[in-house]
Design a binder for this molecule. Structure first.
Ligand SMILES: Cc1cc2nc3c(=O)[nH]c(=O)nc-3n(C[C@H](O)[C@H](O)[C@H](O)COP(=O)(O)OP(=O)(O)OC[C@H]3O[C@@H](n4cnc5c(N)ncnc54)[C@H](O)[C@@H]3O)c2cc1C
Length: 545
């Protein structure tokens, strides 16, 4: 059966496989939406709530709005600087934002972000955090990471042409022309790494003419102009962009496409000296991961805050007044409006939210909101009551990708366990919904309109290709929707929002300040990863000291 035919048969997969007659009808799969309270987010648009009189007035020195990685990092920085009088308001019932963990049938799993690469020296604040958490320490003059949190081998595999292969770069059976393109791309990235500074976090690199030239064109156009037309190479690069930016190579800038490799581990062609040699593609550099994904990190950041972390608080209005800041929040438990008065406010909200709730938004905020576009995302956690029978090829890995599908494959929540007994697990399936060759429609609308069962069927159709037994093992699927998950680094964005990186002294670089408001969120970097969010929160918190 051709792949397309198989996908068609597997859509609504549970029934289709049963009708084939060789298996007992699978049990119904329970499930639904979980994780994000869309109604709370939309409460911000409710003018009636904003016009209520506050039931309570509270005071604090610093108010942090938003409890994602950036807000939590700002709170940690305030504490490090000796400022203990602050409060953090978060809309959801737990902090962490896009980096929260969950539980399906008693098994911890990520609801969003699931890994942190071992940070390079530009990300010194993240290095410090990892030392503080006991994950990084110096042994005999070398930095070592805690083996329990480093992703165990095998890290990743690709289902390509009917079998699993090691690594994510398609290699099995590809021609000499493809290998030549892999080598040429590796050389090009190597040259770029020497020609310009691709830093994580981005605020450590000046916005130079070289970077702006790459920012001006799409990655797809740049690849075309450089003669990179090979289908396998382009699939892989598109996969990487959808994975990190939620949108494809046609949508993101050449700066973003190159930054993905040049800021970290480079690109290694199969068989090159830095890679694992032979035919297979090398694995990524060290990656830190936990069963609940980066939810482990955000929990560590949230715990010391005690009752200064106020969850279930929807910030509706932030106003800078003479001598202070006034913040109104809807308390979802008491269903009343709480007014906070503070000396300063760290706005660790997504830029589109900040632009909505900050009264008379300052020019820097209005400008950023006008230029940022977000990619929606969906994560579905599927519980399996027993181990999957595997196809031939590379062994089950932490990250398992299926060539040519809309989703990005799945990570296995039990991968880090030290218990080798085969048993049930939770697989987290990632589905970016920003524009790409796979999705041209309005992803946010799809998230609002489609029932959870439609996403269940998509998941089963994709994962049944390498795992025909998956529908009969699945007991439960929980779907988390992110309508505005992350900023897409589109062409021109670096030029538009990179200006805050130009402060001549390092201490001020990356600070986005307007009067008594400081802004911190990954959006201000133009794309979203832990290191960007954390450093921006840290810088904003430290600046107040
Ligand atoms: C599906 C998915 C997978 C990802 N995977 C990875 C990964 O593996 N590794 C990685 O490094 N990065 C990953 N990311 C990127 C991730 O976004 C960043 O790592 C980081 O978590 C962003 O943190 P932030 O604080 O900038 O933003 P957010 O997570 O957006 O935090 C903003 C916070 O503000 C709160 N908020 C919003 N409106 C209000 C309001 N009105 N009042 C009060 N609070 C409000 C939100 O609830 C949220 O907690 C992923 C993102 C997604 C969506």
């Amino acid at each position: 059966m051709k792949r397309r035919g198989f996908l068609g048969a597997a859509a609504g997969a549970a029934g289709a496989l049963a009708l084939a007659g060789c298996e007992a009808p699978p049990r119904p799969i329970e499930g639904g939406f979980t994780g994000i309270d869309i109604a709370r987010g939309h409460a911000m648009r409710d003018g009636a709530l904003k016009s209520l009189s506050p039931a309570t007035v509270k005071r604090t020195r610093v108010l942090i709005a938003g409890g994602g990685v950036a807000g939590l990092a700002a709170a940690r920085a305030l504490r490090l600087a000796g400022i203990e009088d602050f409060a953090l308001l978060e809309l959801e019932d737990t902090a962490g934002g896009n980096a929260r963990g969950g539980m399906v049938n008693g098994i911890a799993c990520p609801l969003g972000a699931h890994y942190l690469p071992t940070p390079g020296d530009d990300a010194r604040e993240v290095q410090d955090l990892l030392e503080e958490l006991g994950l990084r320490r110096r042994v005999a003059g070398r930095w070592e990471y805690d083996e329990r949190s480093l992703c165990h081998s095998p890290q990743e595999r690709l289902f390509f042409r009917g079998e699993w292969q090691e690594g994510l770069l398609p290699v099995h059976g590809v021609g000499a022309g493809t290998h030549a393109q892999y080598r040429k791309f590796a050389q090009r990235i190597d040259a770029m790494q020497h020609a310009a500074h691709f830093a994580i976090p981005t605020l450590r690199a000046a916005v130079t003419p070289e970077l702006l030239a790459l920012d001006a064109v799409s990655f797809a156009d740049w690849l075309g102009s450089e003669g990179f037309g090979d289908a396998q190479l382009r699939w892989y690069l598109d996969y990487c962009c959808r994975d990190d930016y939620g949108a494809g190579i046609e949508q993101v800038s050449a700066w973003a496409g190159i930054h993905y490799f040049a800021s970290r581990h480079g690109f290694h062609a199969p068989g090159d000296a830095k890679g694992s040699g032979a035919e297979s593609a090398p694995e990524r550099d060290g990656v830190l991961t936990w069963p609940e994904g980066n939810g482990w990190l955000t929990k560590q950041l949230a715990t010391p805050l005690g009752d200064r972390l106020r969850t279930g608080q929807v910030v509706l209005r932030i106003a800078e007044l003479r001598g202070g800041v006034e913040v109104d929040a809807w308390d979802t438990a008491s269903k009343s409006l709480v007014r906070w008065q503070a000396e300063r406010c760290i706005v660790a909200l997504p830029v589109f939210v900040a632009a909505r709730v900050v009264e008379n938004p300052p020019a820097v905020l209005a400008h950023a909101a006008a230029h940022l576009r977000n990619a929606p995302w969906l994560v579905a956690n599927v519980h399996l009551r027993g181990p999957l029978a595997d196809r031939v090829g590379a062994a089950p890995s932490w990250d398992n990708v299926i060539y040519g599908t809309r989703g990005l494959g799945y990570v296995d929540a039990r991968h880090q366990t030290l218990d080798p007994t085969p048993r049930g697990t939770v697989l987290s399936w990632y589905r970016p919904l920003g524009p790409s060759g796979y999705d041209t429609g309005d992803g946010r609308q799809l998230l609002l309109e489609r029932p959870w069962t439609a996403w269940r069927d998509d998941l089963l159709a994709e994962l049944s290709v390498p795992h025909p037994d998956l529908p009969s093992l699945a007991t439960c699927i929980e779907v988390t929707r992110y309508g505005h998950a992350m900023a897409i680094p589109r062409p021109g964005l670096l030029a538009q929002i990179g200006a805050q990186r130009t402060a001549p002294d390092a201490a001020h670089r990356g600070r986005v300040v307007a009067g008594r408001l400081s802004f911190a969120h990954a959006d201000w970097s133009g794309y979203s990863i832990f290191e960007e969010a954390f450093t921006r929160g840290h810088v904003a918190g430290m600046a107040l000291a």
